[in-house]
Ligand binder design. Structure first.
Ligand SMILES: [Zn+2]
Length: 309
């Protein structure tokens, strides 16, 4: 186990505290088949070396991606195993064959055991308590207007449309990663979060009858229900153009980097890598396509994989 803090290489038998710097190891390699050093590298990849903000879901997708069994990379091992089985059958060494199948866990050969989503997120929380993950967004944190937030601040980046998301935390994810600036949108949630922006959004709608409103949501959230929720705190002009950018369950099969991953929830907005949210949003708004269509159009599996490892 390599300590991510001081790089000391410690034996498992020496315990879960680093002998050099006394840091507590969070992931137990014997239990989770995963270790702190791998997590540190994962965090660096997902955050693009701490330049992007991310959620626990995005880390979890990155984790699932990193443990995914890839035949291309393990083809040598698989061929050797099949060869060994054939040889053992040929020499009628059945007992040895049974012994072999017994001692090699199938997870080693055909993909590693997953840590459950809950278990992974619990360990991430423990890590965050022990050493703050500064770019991790665990809960909405933009309730108050920034100290320097003049009335016309929104117009400084030329807001042209309103983006409504279903989860409050997605407002933080889009805004802290500055996705709203390039896409020229003001982002609020269907719950009216952050509250200090609601009045400003109303002003945009009042001043522009053809205002465009875009909606982005998890596959489990209903577009019509979102439209209704928004109307509890906003007066939407009947001439406003409302566009549902997704996500939809049926599109998931087209997302190559999610294939073969054992997801523990329905598809969420924050299953997309942080680095792709901004470009996808801008592309969707510019071309009027769904968020996932934009992802497919602008990215190949390789470049998404480089984020998620
Ligand atoms: Zn250490």
């Amino acid at each position: 186990m390599i300590c991510p803090k001081c790089s000391y290489n410690q034996k498992y038998s020496d315990g879960m505290y680093c002998s050099k710097c006394h840091r507590n190891f969070i992931f137990n390699p014997k239990v989770n088949d995963y270790n702190d050093y791998k997590f540190k590298l994962l965090e660096e990849r997902v955050s693009h070396k701490s330049t992007l903000f991310y959620t626990e879901n995005q880390l979890y997708i990155g984790y699932l991606h990193s443990i995914k069994f890839r035949l291309r990379e393990n083809i040598g091992l698989v061929i050797f195993f099949i060869f060994l089985v054939i040889v053992l059958i040929a020499v009628k060494a059945y007992l040895f064959l049974i012994f072999l199948l017994f001692i090699i866990p199938s997870s080693k050969l055909f993909g590693k055991e997953n840590m459950s989503g809950d278990e992974f997120r619990r360990r991430v929380s423990t890590w965050n308590r022990q050493e703050a993950l500064h770019n991790l967004i665990q809960e909405p944190g933009m309730h108050d207007a920034p100290a320097s937030f003049p009335e016309d601040d929104l117009y400084d980046y030329g807001v042209e449309a309103v983006l409504i998301v279903d989860q409050d935390i997605y407002v933080d994810l889009f805004v802290r990663n500055k996705c709203h600036i390039e896409a020229k949108v003001v982002v609020i949630s269907q719950n009216g979060y952050p509250n200090y922006l609601v009045k400003k959004v109303q002003r945009i709608l009042d001043e522009n009858e053809q205002a465009k409103i875009y909606y982005i949501h998890d596959t489990t959230t209903d577009f019509a229900a979102m439209q209704q929720a928004v109307r509890s705190f906003l007066t939407v002009p009947s001439t406003a153009e409302e566009n549902d950018l997704g996500l939809f369950q049926e599109d998931i099969k087209n997302i190559s980097f999610l294939r073969g991953l054992k997801l523990d929830k329905e598809f969420c907005v924050d299953y997309l890598p942080p680095s792709k949210l901004g470009p996808c949003l801008t592309s969707s708004i510019t071309t009027g396509t769904l968020l996932l269509t934009s992802l497919i159009n602008i990215e190949t599996e390789t470049s998404v994989s480089s984020d998620f490892g």
